[in-house]
Design a protein around this ligand. Sequence first.
Ligand SMILES: [Zn+2]
Length: 71
Amino acid sequence: MNQKFKLAPSPTCTCGQEDQTAEHILQRCPLLDEERKEVWPSPTPLQTKLYGSRQELEKTTKFITSAGLIV
Ligand SMILES: [Zn+2]
């Protein structure tokens, strides 16, 4: 059992810049700029997006859904 569990066939994001981590997707991925601005018109810390209030978490879910990513 040496094989690591993989979430996606490739860990690199489709933008090709970085691995597809939660931080990259939520904060930096250039492919998702538009969706990100719709959900968070002003910059929001990653901490808030992942561990914020229920309302904040709903925004995160909405973003992930509109980005077409599987949770
Ligand atoms: Zn990306």
